[in-house]
Each structure stands twice: as C-alpha cells, then as structure tokens.
Design a protein. Structure first.
Lengths: 109, 179
C-alpha cells in the first residue's frame, strides 16, 4: 500500500469526530460506551499512522515500535473500560430500570 | 489495488461509524460497530501491522463485542418497542446543528494540522514482515515497557474484582434487599 500516512491520520480524525458526535448526541448509556470505543479506535489508528510514517521515512533505523506498543495498551484500556462501564450499566439498570442518561440527573439540581 | 482497498475500507469504516451514531436499535449499533472494527483491522493489515490487526479482531471483535451483546440481551433492550424515546428528541435540529458544527471544526483543525506538518515522503519500502513483528514487539514490551506492562496486569486484576463487586446482586439480609 502506497497511501501517504497523512491520509490515515485524516481518517482517524474523521472517526474521532463521528465518535464524539455520537457521544454528545445519544442518550442510551450503551451506545455512549460504543462511541467511546470508536474514539479509542481512532486514537489507535493515529498511533499506528505515526509509527508507519517514522518507519518509512528516509534514514529510519528500523521499525518504530512505540506506536504498536501504545496501541496494545490502548486496546487493553478499551477492554477494561468496556467491562467496568457495562458493569455500571447493569448496576444502574438494577436500580433505575432504565439505561437512559436523562433519568440519571440527580446531581444536576 | 491495495490503495483502492484502503480507500474502500476507509469509506466503509466511516459509514459504519455513522451507523453506530444514527441507528435507533442498540443491536444495529453493535453490528455497525463490529463492521467498523473489521474495516479498521483490514486497514491495519494493509498498513503493515499484522499483530495489531489480529489483536483488534480478537479483543474488539471477540471480547468487547460479546460483552456489549451480552448486556443488551441481558437487559432486553433489543426490542424495537423499548428503543429509547428521547433519542428522537436528541436528534432535534439545534442539537444536531451544534454537534455537526463542532465536529466539522474539530475535523478542520485536524486536517489543517496534518497539512501544515512537514510532509514525510515514504523513502523506504515497508519491511517484508510488517512493522510490528512479534519478535520486535516482545523485545520492547519486556524490555523498555516492562513496568507499564506490569501496571496493566495489576489494572486487569483490579478490573476483574471491581466488575464482580459492581455487578453482584446484593443479597445481605440486614439491608433488606427489595427484589
């Protein structure tokens, strides 16, 4: 593939913007968690694009492995976040019988 | 050929990301998210990251997807009748306009930053075995990044305990569990 790495970065920006839009628009907790996963995926893609850029540039000594290493850490964090978030959703549903964020505004007033 | 595949997959991943945001039914959201993950895995593979692509499919496509589907089925949110009503209100015109403006600004800043940064021309071929060989990754992960690795293992242990504590039904007779 000879696509410039900048296009990967732009794709990451688009995906992050879509995820952020969903994060602000949706009121279903589960869908909000999915949008967080989308944003984390975009962050991963930008890490990997930077790694590719530095591996392919002139005079690079070897593969730039910082990008993939941090991408692995991000994947682990995403899994942890999904597990804790969904456990919170179950606890919330048990107490309120709802997964709508509008019903959980006790701290608002 | 590979370039065309990249642009096709980029288009598909953005389309399925939009599906996550716009679909009414949570099940459709999960399936769109799965499509987005697979498209991204293909992009990683094309960019020369075999290990990350495999991890993406195993962890995101396997574990996280099953978690989401499990919770949706458990809470019985898949019925069209129980689709959240207020989401329709959330897609009112001022909200959508504000979010679109903010997202466009964010994207514009990102594209401008990319365009402003010095262009790094690809001067070399991709390494034959890809960028993230397991050999290289292991050398880094268990060398320079050993401390973060151990911290992540502690984090996973803490998460396992926290999830059990959070999701456990309270059965203490003193508190008089209601249901």
């Amino acid at each position: 593939m000879t696509v410039p790495s900048e296009h990967l970065l732009i794709l990451a920006g688009i995906l992050f913007a879509v995820g952020a839009a969903g994060f602000f628009l949706r009121r279903n907790v589960i869908v909000v968690l999915m949008c967080i996963e989308l944003m984390l995926n975009a962050a991963n893609l930008s890490f990997l694009a930077a790694s590719r850029m530095h591996t392919l540039k002139a005079g690079a000594l070897g593969p730039a492995l910082e990008g993939p290493i941090f991408a692995i850490f991000v994947i682990v964090i995403a899994a942890v976040e999904a597990a804790v978030g969904l456990a919170l959703v179950i606890a919330l549903y048990r107490n309120r019988q709802s997964v709508n964020l509008e019903d959980v505004s006790d701290l608002k007033d | 050929m590979a370039n065309a595949l990249f642009y096709l997959m980029a288009l598909l991943s953005v389309a399925s990301a939009l599906g996550v945001v716009l679909a009414k039914n949570p099940i459709q959201c999960v399936l769109s998210l799965l499509g987005s993950f697979f498209c991204l895995a293909t992009i990683y593979l094309l960019a020369g990251f075999q290990f990350i692509a495999a991890a993406q499919i195993l962890v995101y496509g396997g574990a996280i997807m099953v978690l989401f589907l499990f919770v949706i089925m458990l809470l019985n949110l898949g019925d069209p009748g129980t689709a959240d009503k207020t989401d329709a209100r959330m897609f009112s015109r001022p909200n959508v306009a504000a979010v679109v403006v903010v997202a466009a600004l964010l994207l514009g800043v990102a594209v401008y930053a990319v365009k402003l940064s010095p262009v790094v021309h690809a001067a070399q071929e991709l390494p034959e075995r890809g960028i993230d060989t397991v050999h290289g990754l292991a050398g880094e992960m268990f060398g320079r990044y050993l401390l973060p690795f151990e911290a992540v293992s502690l984090l996973l242990l803490a998460t396992a305990i926290a999830v059990v504590v959070l999701a456990k039904r309270e059965r203490s007779p003193k508190r008089g569990a209601k249901s």
